[in-house]
Structure formats: C-alpha cells, structure tokens
Design a protein around this ligand. Structure first.
Ligand SMILES: NC(=O)c1ccc[n+]([C@@H]2O[C@H](COP(=O)([O-])OP(=O)(O)OC[C@H]3O[C@@H](n4cnc5c(N)ncnc54)[C@H](OP(=O)(O)O)[C@@H]3O)[C@@H](O)[C@H]2O)c1
Length: 127
C-alpha cells in the first residue's frame, strides 16, 4: 500500500502542467494539487499581484501576467514555458468569464470578450 501511494506521488513529478486562470477559484485549487504532486507548473492570469502572492518563491513554478484573449501574449507565454521546462505535458484550459444578463441587455463588446476568453483562447492554447 505504501509503495502504491509513493508511486502515485511520483505520477506528475516530471510533468509540465500549464494552467490558465490560476489566480483564483478552480485554477488555484488545481494548481495547489499539482504543487503537492511535485509537478512543474506554468501559470497565467491577468492579476499578477494575486499570482505573486500565491506562487512567488515556490520551486518548479513559473507564472506570468497574460490576458488569454491576447493571441500574441499567449504565444509568448507558451514559448517561455517551453524555454524554461522544455515541454508541455498537460494543459488545463481553465480561464473563463461568465456573463449573466438578459439577452436584450448583452452588449456586443462583452459578448465578443466572452467568446475570446472562453472559446478562442483555449483553441489558441491547444494549437
Ligand atoms: N465555478 C463554477 O461553478 C463553474 C461552472 C461552470 C464552468 N466554470 C468554468 O470553470 C472555470 C473556472 O471557474 P471559477 O469558478 O474558478 O472562476 P473564477 O474564480 O472567476 O476564476 C477564473 C480565473 O480565470 C482567470 N481569467 C479570467 N479571464 C481571464 C483572461 N482574459 N486572461 C487570463 N485569465 C483570465 C481569472 O484570473 P484573472 O482575473 O486574474 O485574470 C481567474 O483566475 C471558468 O472557465 C468557468 O467558466 C465554472
């Protein structure tokens, strides 16, 4: 039993995990679990102060301020991740926003942003 637990502890230790939206909520909780698993983590969000507060000084961790709807910023972040860790094994496309207004009140700018963050960004990351 002990060796099984030990083996599982090692499951992610050499893996490189990218998590978008790691500054709060689910992304933060997922990151916390991977840190416990001794994985290498590359994370982004818009609120750099939050990322610094949570992850600064932690080993095997890289984080950067990135708005995932900014294609060029995403490309740079991925490039930097590969430069630091040499590869990406797991992508957690977590960053997302929700709009909760009546259809007649939704403005085009907000709708566009929602699609950019929730739909286009995950595809850019996957590519
Ligand atoms: N919680 C639920 O019940 C639920 C249900 C269904 C789906 N989901 C989905 O699960 C994901 C996480 O939800 P959550 O409840 O943890 O939400 P949350 O607490 O609002 O966290 C969202 C995360 O995404 C980041 N983010 C938002 N827009 C971003 C952008 N343009 N660029 C980079 N990062 C961005 C935020 O960081 P910054 O603000 O620092 O950028 C934050 O870290 C979302 O995609 C959400 O739509 C959640």
């Amino acid at each position: 039993m002990d060796s099984l637990v030990e083996k599982n502890k090692q499951l992610f230790h050499d893996k490189v995990v990218v998590i978008t939206g790691a500054s709060s909520g689910l992304g933060y909780r997922i990151a916390r679990e991977f840190i416990k698993e001794n994985a290498n983590l590359s994370m982004c969000a818009r609120r750099l102060y939050k990322l610094k507060k949570i992850y600064k000084g932690k080993a095997k961790v890289f984080f950067q301020k990135v708005d995932v709807s900014d294609e060029e910023a995403v490309k740079k972040f991925i490039k930097k991740t590969v430069k630091i860790f040499g590869k990406i094994d797991i992508l957690i496309n977590n960053a997302g926003i929700a709009q909760s207004s009546k259809i007649e009140k939704i403005n085009y700018k907000d709708l566009k942003k929602t699609f950019e963050v929730n739909l286009f960004a995950p595809v850019i990351f996957l590519r």
